[in-house]
Design a protein around this ligand. Structure first.
Ligand SMILES: [Zn+2]
Ligand SMILES: [Zn+2]
Length: 58
């Protein structure tokens, strides 16, 4: 998928991908291709962090 616009996390690089979870546009540095998540969501969904993550926060 190709997207146009700036990374919504650093707002300084062109976005490469769109987060599958929240739809945020992210540059390569802020996108985890393995998970299809932006850096924000990847951090929140980090499997090493086993708190009760409220993934349903909207
Ligand atoms: Zn970025
Ligand atoms: Zn996201």
């Amino acid at each position: 998928m190709s997207v146009s616009g700036l990374c919504q996390i650093c707002e300084s690089r062109p976005a490469q991908e769109r987060c599958d979870n929240c739809g945020t546009l992210a540059c390569e540095a802020h996108y985890e291709r393995d998970r299809g998540l932006c850096a924000d969501c990847a951090a929140r969904a980090d499997p090493t962090d086993h708190r009760d993550v409220d993934v349903n926060r909207f």
